[in-house]
Design a protein around this ligand. Structure first.
Ligand SMILES: *Cc1c(COP(=O)(O)O)cnc(C)c1O
Length: 363
């Protein structure tokens, strides 16, 4: 017998590892490893999910009409240009499948989200990482890394795991510097957390061009990661392409129902924004006070730098925190071995992690 060989590139993939959620021997962990919304989902989303449970024998609406209309109304966009997915990962993978293949290059920023190189390799394309400047994506470096083979440029804005962002003007400069025929994908998974006047999620850029897609998710501020729901806002021709290749029922009826309710609950999103700003600033101040480096973040997590001193390194802190039942994110796979990424959780969780790091550093 011969084991069938997968397509070239696939065996080069190191499978994505999600945030750890369990620790042996610990009943109740403090999970700050996956950037899940601190407040959990909107009660209205939960009620909508329960209300449709009895209908699980029915196939979902394959076009997610009510959800796309709710999104269109909320963001003042065209519902026909919205494509929903089983998480935004689904949509990101569809874009790579549609627009890149063997011999092509997929460009992203040095400490960009790991799904981009994984998706590129899965279609036999070559991922190319452009250097960053002080943990911020560099438009100049991205443009300098473009070759005749570049098909897609991915940029998470704000970026995970750094928490940094590019202004709307910088994003426009990036697009204007890219050659015709190259697709720019703006992954705005954390857009709802950003409160900066020079930022936008990319809707205007999508609407002003034929070669920009913005993706969004319900996994972060909406805290619905377990349901899997994301969407893309696309030029019409690209929406048409994604609709041809996506699974015909790629969004469950549960996700659709909860998604509509969540989009309508602006009050809950505002609560989550306020909670995040308060505790992000609070935690950053505590950690800086302990002598740690905190990368300025506009998202719902902090990238925290540790000393390069035996016993005080990021890896040592990770072990120490786990011993107390606190799980944060090791970002070695992102090329950041001296850092840990800490999600903004509930107030008591923030107190716990600050106290624990104080103890770790002998404070
Ligand atoms: C969490 C995250 C996503 C969301 O993925 P889903 O598949 O929608 O859960 C997308 N992009 C980035 C940069 C993320 O951090």
């Amino acid at each position: 017998m011969v084991t069938p060989a997968p397509r070239p590139g696939i065996l080069d993939i190191a499978a994505y590892v999600g945030g750890v959620s369990k620790l042996a021997g610990v009943d109740k962990v403090v999970k700050l490893s996956s950037n899940e919304g601190a407040l959990g989902p909107s009660p209205r989303a939960l009620a909508a999910l329960k209300a449709q449970a009895g209908q699980m024998h029915r196939y979902p609406d394959g076009h997610a009409v009510a959800l796309r209309q709710a999104l269109a109304a909320r963001w003042s966009i065209n519902a026909e240009a919205v494509v929903c997915g089983n998480g935004s990962d689904d949509v990101l993978q569809l874009l790579v499948h549609a627009y890149a293949g063997q011999g092509d290059e997929v460009l992203y920023s040095q400490h960009g989200f790991l799904i981009y190189p994984i998706a590129a390799k899965a279609v036999g394309a070559t991922p190319v990482a452009a250097p960053e400047r002080e943990l911020v994506a560099s438009v100049d470096q991205l443009l300098a890394a473009v070759t005749a083979k570049t098909r897609i440029v991915f940029i998470a804005n704000p970026n995970n795991p750094t928490g940094t962002y590019l202004s709307a003007a910088e994003m426009r400069r990036l697009r204007e510097g890219l050659p015709d025929g190259v697709l720019l994908v703006i992954d705005a998974a954390y857009a709802e957390f950003v409160n900066r006047s020079d930022y936008n999620a990319g809707i205007e850029l999508v609407e002003s061009r034929d070669d920009v897609v913005m993706t969004r998710t319900f996994s972060k501020i909406y805290a619905m990661g377990g349901l899997r729901l994301g969407w893309a806002y696309c030029p019409p021709a690209i929406a048409d392409v994604l609709n041809r290749i996506r699974g015909p029922f790629n969004v469950s009826s549960a996700a659709q129902a909860a998604g509509v309710a969540a989009v309508l609950d602006d009050g809950f999103v505002e609560l989550a924004q306020r909670h995040n700003e308060y505790w992000r600033d609070w935690l950053a101040e505590q950690l800086v006070g302990l002598g740690l480096t905190v990368v300025p973040s506009v998202a719902n997590f902090l990238l925290v730098g540790f000393p390069r001193e035996a016993g005080r390194r990021a890896a040592d802190a990770d072990v120490f925190l786990r011993g107390l039942g606190i799980i944060v994110r090791d970002v070695t796979a992102y090329g950041l071995p001296d850092y840990l990424r800490i999600t903004i959780g509930q107030g008591a969780e923030m107190q716990a992690v600050a106290d624990a790091l104080g103890e770790f550093l002998g404070g």
